[in-house]
Design a protein around this ligand. Sequence first.
Ligand SMILES: Cc1cc2nc3c(=O)[nH]c(=O)nc-3n(C[C@H](O)[C@H](O)[C@H](O)COP(=O)(O)OP(=O)(O)OC[C@H]3O[C@@H](n4cnc5c(N)ncnc54)[C@H](O)[C@@H]3O)c2cc1C
Length: 306
Amino acid sequence: MKIYNLVILGAGPAGLTAAIYGRRAGLSSLVIENETQGGQIRLTNSIENWPGTISISGYDLGENFYTHARSMSVEFLLATVEKLRLEQGRRFVLTSVGELEAEAVIVATGARFNQLGIPGEVEFTGRGVSYCAVCDAPFFRGRTVAVVGGGNAAVEEAEYLTRFTERVFLIHRRTEFRAVRHLVDKVLANNKITPVLAKTVTAIEGNIKGVTRIRLKCVRNGEESSLDVSGVFIFVGIIPRLDFLGDFLKTGPGGWISTDKHLAASQPGFFAAGDVRDTDLRQVVTAVADGARAAINAYRFLNNPK
Ligand SMILES: Cc1cc2nc3c(=O)[nH]c(=O)nc-3n(C[C@H](O)[C@H](O)[C@H](O)COP(=O)(O)OP(=O)(O)OC[C@H]3O[C@@H](n4cnc5c(N)ncnc54)[C@H](O)[C@@H]3O)c2cc1C
């Protein structure tokens, strides 16, 4: 079994940056990915908050990270991570194609937004359907959008969207929002936000240019209606991609990996970076910063294991 200095789980912005920094520090580095290199950003048409680049497609940015990592002789393995273990001070990563040994491991498997699972959602993702107001709000300047969800994220993001949009329909399937009271009061007082309660979104429709309309159903009487919107922001939960973790590493509320200030997780030699970590902002810039820090701290750990 080949032993790597550094094994990185996930080839998103965090994992690819960790690989670049790992190689620059002279560590043999392997990245394990089970989909396509680049991570979640591959899903979005345009990124406009990657400093130094006014606009770039998510696909191109992901490809740039990947090409950079490859140019540094990072190794890649197409496989699904299934289990981690630490045995007599040795670290093992079980994958769908076999087991590997690593002197240090960085978990960078990212997150996944819960989807509504309705017609049009996948088709219009990146073309009107978004899961991130911070990322996409400026594309909807002066337009009308819908926000779906009733928790803190939905209510906060609806409020944020009013800085750009003309009008926001805040749609929730229950008769009351679940968000904390002061946030609810704030959105209810905002005249750009129209609450739409006790309704579910049943379909997202549009044309070649993007979303034009959503279809709704009343949960009380089944009555159907529709709203003309250019965008649909869905906030019905975000979850870490950690099916393989079990209780191997300590996690915080929501199941995100807990780390110390050096991004070390609860087992020696295991680090976490990017969206998968218990953190307060999930963006490309924060993921790459985490990747760099995790790799350098892994390097320090290898030189001075505690
Ligand atoms: C539609 C959309 C638009 C966005 N727009 C922006 C934007 O404009 N600006 C911005 O800054 N951020 C944006 N984001 C957020 C940004 O994409 C994330 O913050 C960033 O990708 C996080 O990087 P990461 O490396 O931590 O995780 P991810 O990008 O999620 O990468 C994790 C990788 O790990 C892989 N993986 C997961 N589980 C396993 C496993 N068991 N085995 C092997 N591989 C595994 C995944 O396939 C994935 O490739 C957007 C996100 C989405 C979904």
